[in-house]
Design a protein around this ligand. Structure first.
Ligand SMILES: Cc1cc2nc3c(=O)[nH]c(=O)nc-3n(C[C@H](O)[C@H](O)[C@H](O)COP(=O)(O)O)c2cc1C
Length: 286
C-alpha cells in the first residue's frame, strides 16, 4: 500500500517537472542566464575590441605608407606600431576647399559615419559618384608625416564599391604628392581568390611607384589587363587588373581616381603641393 502511494507521488512530481509551465520557465531562465553572460562579455570585451580596431587602423596606414612590412608587426629596425605611428599627425580637411579644419575631435570623428548624416555630408549626383558612395562627407581626415621641406608622406582614407560591397582602405602618397607608396584595404566583401585578391601582397606591392596624377594634374590611375611597355608614359599610371574580377578592378580604379580627384582630396593635394614648392624655394634660397 505504502509502495503504491510513494510511486504515485513520484509519478505526480515527474509529470509536474515535465509540465508546460516548467518547460517554459526553464527555457526562460536559460535564455536569461545566457543573455546576461553574452551582454556581460560584450561589455567587458568592448574596450579590447576598440583597441584592436585602432591598432588595425594604424597597421593599415603604416603598411600603405611603406613603413611596416606586409607580414610583420614591427619595422625592419624593430620599432613597434605605436612608435611608428607617432610620426604621423592626423588632421581634418574640408574636402571642398582643401583647407585644414580646426576644432574637430579627431579621436572620435569618423568620416564614414559623417557621410551618413545629412548635415555633415552631401548627396553625390550619378555623374559625380564614380565610386558609388551616394553621399560624401564634408570633412575627412588625412594622416601626415611632416619634415622640414613639408609633407614626407600623406595617407588618405579611401572607399568605394566593388562587386559585393564597399571596399574601405588607405592610399598613401610620397613627398611629391603624386607617387603612390601603397594602397591597402582593411575591410571589403569581395570573393576570396577573385576580387579578394585586393589583399594579395604582391598585387599591393605593385602600387608602389605608380603615379596618381597625369601631367595635367588630373587623376590618371588605370587598372589594365595588358600593361604598356616599360618606360612609356602610360606605364607610369598602370597597375595590373585582378584576373576574373572585372567589377572589383573597376571599383578600385574608380575609388582611387575619385579620392585623388576634385571631389575627394584633389584640392587639398593641390594646395599642399603649392605650399610645398614655396617652402622648398625658401629653403633653397636660405
Ligand atoms: C561566386 C562568384 C564570385 C565572384 N566574385 C567576384 C568578385 O569578387 N569580383 C569580381 O569582380 N567578380 C567576381 N565574380 C565574377 C564576375 O561575376 C564576372 O564574371 C567577372 O568579373 C568577369 O571578369 P573577367 O572579365 O576578368 O573574367 C564572381 C563570380 C562568381 C560566380
Amino acid at each position: 500500500m505504502s509502495n503504491d502511494t510513494s510511486s504515485e507521488t513520484e509519478a505526480k512530481s515527474a509529470s509536474s517537472r515535465d509540465s508546460l509551465k516548467n518547460t517554459f520557465f526553464t527555457a526562460f531562465l536559460l535564455c536569461l542566464v545566457c543573455s546576461v553572460l553574452v551582454s556581460g562579455m560584450a561589455v567587458v570585451l568592448k574596450p579590447i575590441q576598440v583597441e584592436n580596431k585602432l591598432l588595425d587602423q594604424k597597421k593599415n596606414i603604416l603598411r600603405a605608407a611603406g613603413m611596416l612590412p606586409a607580414n610583420s608587426d614591427r619595422a625592419a629596425d624593430g620599432r613597434s606600431i605605436d612608435d611608428l605611428f607617432a610620426e604621423f599627425t592626423v588632421k581634418a580637411v574640408d574636402l571642398e576647399t582643401g583647407e585644414f579644419v580646426e576644432g574637430i575631435d579627431l579621436d572620435i570623428y569618423d568620416p564614414v559615419k559623417a557621410a551618413q548624416k545629412a548635415d555633415l555630408s552631401r548627396a553625390l549626383s550619378a555623374e559625380e559618384d564614380i565610386a558609388t558612395l551616394r553621399r560624401l562627407e564634408k570633412i575627412s581626415l588625412v594622416y601626415l608625416v611632416q619634415g622640414e621641406a613639408g609633407i614626407e608622406k600623406l595617407v588618405l582614407p579611401v572607399r568605394g564599391y566593388g562587386l559585393w560591397g564597399t571596399l574601405y582602405g588607405y592610399l598613401a602618397l610620397d613627398s611629391d604628392l603624386t607617387t603612390i607608396t601603397g594602397l591597402g584595404f582593411y575591410s571589403h566583401k569581395e570573393t576570396p581568390g577573385l576580387g579578394g585578391e585586393v589583399d594579395n601582397v604582391a598585387w599591393k606591392a605593385s602600387w608602389s611607384g605608380v603615379k596618381a596624377f597625369t601631367e595635367q594634374r588630373t587623376p590618371g590611375v588605370k587598372l589594365v589587363k595588358q600593361r604598356s611597355p616599360a618606360g612609356s608614359m602610360n606605364a607610369d599610371y598602370e597597375v595590373d587588373a585582378l584576373s576574373g574580377a572585372t567589377f572589383t578592378t573597376r571599383g578600385v580604379e574608380n575609388l582611387v581616381n575619385f579620392w585623388t580627384g576634385d571631389l575627394g582630396f584633389g584640392r587639398f593635394i593641390q594646395l599642399q603641393s603649392q605650399e610645398q614648392k614655396q617652402q622648398q624655394n625658401t629653403l633653397a634660397q636660405g
